[in-house]
Design a protein around this ligand. Structure first.
Ligand code: 3PG
Length: 208
């Protein structure tokens, strides 16, 4: 299941690490109020699945996805918790098969021309490009997409407020993801007012 349609009018996706599920709903509401339409909650903490469920249930207006998918079993878990899409830093045959089996919109990760081609052949026309800045950023994406003009990318990893609009100027980039507008310092002290200011700015600079 390609995620192109689900994410077609979304330019920026916050990639969040939620250590404490009690902040999940307030964070999602804050981001939604700032104009964010989709959130990716990474499965890197013990509270992540609960956070996905809380956001799915209590903030139905935001599209909630689960990120950092690396095991097949995680697809059933996130489906049961109400996730609407899944993101992985990479891709394996079992992950791709499982996503198709349960009809879960999935953004698999690719970093080389061969990985991109394999995923295109599986029908994935929107792919995560991770870790974007470490892989060579905008110049690398331009070079990779020249011979692969059909594929679209969701770059994440090291993207800043300054870089996000530059990525979005590329025809091959559908949306960017990142955590630059949800700094852990603000999240830890529950400064949702400041997070809202930063998220609103992220929405503005990515509205291209
Ligand atoms: C991801 O999982 O996509 C990245 O951790 C997000 O990258 P960033 O924290 O560098 O924005």
């Amino acid at each position: 299941m390609d995620a192109t349609n689900l994410l077609s009018d979304i330019n920026v996706v916050p990639v969040v690490v939620i250590e404490d599920k009690r902040i999940a709903v307030d964070l999602a509401l804050t981001l939604f109020d700032a104009g964010i339409k989709a959130i990716e909650i990474t499965l890197r903490t013990t509270d992540a699945l609960d956070a996905v469920e809380l956001v799915a249930n209590k903030v139905p207006d935001i599209i909630v996805g689960a990120g950092s998918i690396r095991q097949v079993e995680q697809f059933d878990e996130i489906l049961n918790r109400g996730a609407q899409f899944a993101v992985s830093p990479g891709a394996t045959n079992p992950l791709v098969s499982k996503a198709k089996q349960i009809n879960m919109p999935f953004v698999p990760g690719a970093a080389t021309a061969s990985e991109i081609l394999v995923l295109m052949n599986e029908g994935y026309m929107l792919q995560k490009f991770f870790p974007a800045e470490r892989l060579g950023g905008i110049q690398m994406l331009k070079a990779l997409s020249a011979p692969l003009p059909e594929v679209r990318f969701f770059p994440t990893g090291g993207i800043s407020a300054e870089l996000a609009p530059q990525y979005l100027q590329l025809k091959c980039v559908t949306c960017v993801g990142g955590s630059w507008f949800i700094p852990p310092t603000l999240l830890n002290r529950k400064d949702f007012a400041q997070i809202k200011v930063m998220a609103r700015s992220a929405v503005e600079i990515t509205s291209v």
